[in-house]
Design a protein around this ligand. Sequence first.
Ligand code: ADP
Length: 331
Amino acid sequence: MEKQIEHFLDEEENQYSLRPQELSEFIGQEKNKEKLRIHIEAAGQRNQALEHVLLVGPPGLGKTTLAKIISNEMSSGFKSAVGPSMIKIELATILTNLAEGDVFFIDEIHRMQPQIQETLYPAMEDYKLDLPVGQGPSADIIPVPLSRFTLIGATTREGLLAAPFRDRFGIRIHLDYYTVEELKIAILQNSEKMNVEVEDNAQFEIGLRSRGTMRIAKNLLFNVRDYASVKYDGVVTKDIALEALNFFQIDELGLDEQDRDYLRALIDKFDGRAGLKSLAVAISEDERTVEEVYEPYLIKIGFISFTPTGRVATDRAYNHLGYKNQTLLEL
Ligand code: ADP
């Protein structure tokens, strides 16, 4: 089963307008916000488009939200596309329709085809699109001028971008996981917008299990809210939050059943050490999801580490799953 954390909030988001619209509403990431404020103000003073921006970080930390905020703060138009499915004609159509100062957001930019990345080079650097006219080697290249726009790329894997491409982004922002305090603020704000009472220590318990990720905090809040309104009177106390989280099989570290399947497969099937391919097959998941969704958090909490011979489960992972006396580690 695919681990679903991408974009499943959209409907609910719209219903309660939960997505922050301005930098001042975007919680945490203080240094990054300050950096962006300065660049946005400087671009405004010069009356120029903002430099191209690369947003880097695991899923659910706010890359798409921040791209929209940048466009709002610049009072500019916003167009978006998804890297892997982009074809040349789509790119050319979007680029030639951008107005001066518009933001063009490309999600999962590391998964864009290399030839399409290359089409972007002159567009990013000289604001022109080299359009081939005719076929084969005798085709003429006609440079089409473009408006000065801002490309915002979002990536979970900065290392997969070709260096010349990465270097064309003047502003690079690395988003960090959120603290429990920051997640609590988001949980409180969202519960207020949804008119649900969530007690302070319940906010804390939900924040604690949100894996440092805003999207997960919101998902858990929605789940707990549903549980509290069906089983109780709707108010989310600490006990009800814990009961609900337990019901949804979210443990005290925020790991769900699929994370535990990953760890169990690593430990039980491979004695705690396995390559990506074998692991992905063992849990019927695609390799990219394993690398980009499961593993970053397991690394962050010290449950796995990468070695030349594969992923290795650490003592902490063994202990968390209740395994004792594991001896294969640190060999
Ligand atoms: P990404 O593009 O990195 O996967 P999104 O921008 O889609 O993440 O954010 C996931 C969810 O979390 C959205 O509902 C968004 O509104 C919310 N969110 C993300 N970052 C923040 C933040 N710093 N403050 C408040 N809400 C946030």
